[in-house]
Design a protein around this ligand. Structure first.
Ligand code: GDP
Length: 297
């Protein structure tokens, strides 16, 4: 990548300073100017940047420089820890219903975000955990969505439940769960329809599904390449239908991961997985510490 990493930049800011016992206000302010620029460059939400800088500043000014670290490394250490905290610290897993009860997962997201692909990717992960997922084709809006789910389902060797394009998504969801009960599937993943932008019709469709069946986990897929837009979209979905977690797709693209840093801060909901490519095996657990390293460069 062409840009100088934040870590390098910070090392430069401090290159003329001798290692001191404590971080002074001037040291910290000089370093945080670089951090702020880097975060804005990485397309982190402005409000999140401001809060973040304030938190680091409060912690760093007057902090003891640990043995073996120079002041720059000390600031980087604090920045890194605060980033991890902002992203939720821990990895989050999909929560399953206890015992033999069926877990219903509703996938949502804008068109093109990677929802149908991610649905099949998750099915593969669940199979590895010994689950028997059923995929339900509730996207009756986008031509070819059903076919795409069927092809991906076949690749993952998981069953796809479809009723064609002329049924309401809520009815398809209900029928899929009935089907799962008869067939012994313990997870049903609903692939719902997106739209190009956040719109009423899409949100109503999702609310209707939630009224018709008991959804245990609502997972939102957002495109990491869209930066702050991804965060705005996540907020809209969370405000209007309520989500339990986010999957950031297309993290394999040329993005610094600004969306990753803001999602939890803005919505309060964790990132569960990141999409790392088009192949159905390209889905990884989200690790806040790894993401912080990626953003820090
Ligand atoms: P949907 O409209 O939200 O269901 O989106 P799709 O699942 O059809 O995905 C849209 C496009 O994004 C497809 O070409 C996918 O192969 C691609 N895609 C999905 N996830 C990823 C990812 O993590 N990385 C990359 N590079 N491409 C992805």
């Amino acid at each position: 990548m062409a840009f100088e990493s934040l870590t390098d930049k910070l090392q430069n800011v401090f290159k003329n300073l001798r290692s001191k016992g404590r971080l002074t206000e001037d040291d910290v302010k000089a370093a945080l100017k670089e951090v702020k620029l880097a975060l804005l460059e990485a397309d982190v939400n402005f409000k999140v940047v401001k809060q973040f800088i304030k938190a680091v500043e409060e912690r760093a000014i007057g902090a003891d420089v640990m043995n073996g670290l120079n002041p720059g490394q000390m600031v980087i250490k604090i920045v890194n820890e605060e980033m991890v905290a902002l992203m939720g610290s821990e990895t989050t897993e999909i929560a399953f219903q206890p015992g033999k009860a069926i877990t219903v997962i509703m996938m949502c997201g804008l068109q093109g975000a990677g929802k149908t692909t991610t649905t099949a990717k998750i099915a593969g992960k669940l199979k590895l955990k010994g689950k028997t997922p059923l995929l339900a084709a509730c996207d009756v809006y986008r031509p070819a969505a059903i076919k795409q789910l069927q092809i991906n389902g076949e690749k993952q060797k998981v069953e796809v439940f479809s009723m064609g394009e002329n049924q309401k998504p809520a009815n398809i969801a209900k029928a899929a769960i009935e089907h799962a009960k008869k067939n012994g599937n313990n997870v049903v993943i609903l692939d719902t329809a997106g739209r190009l932008h956040v719109d009423e019709e899409m949100m109503e469709e999702l609310q209707e599904i939630k009224k018709a069946v008991e959804v245990h986990q609502t997972l939102l897929v957002v495109d990491a390449m869209t930066g702050q837009d991804a965060v705005t979209v996540a907020k809209a979905f969370n405000d209007q239908i309520g989500i339990d977690g986010v999957i950031l797709s297309k993290m394999d693209g040329d993005t610094r991961g600004g969306a990753a840093l803001s999602v939890k801060a803005v919505t309060g909901k964790p990132i569960l997985y990141v999409g790392m490519g088009e192949k159905l095996s390209d889905l990884e657990q989200f690790y806040p510490d790894r993401m912080a390293s990626r953003i820090l460069g």
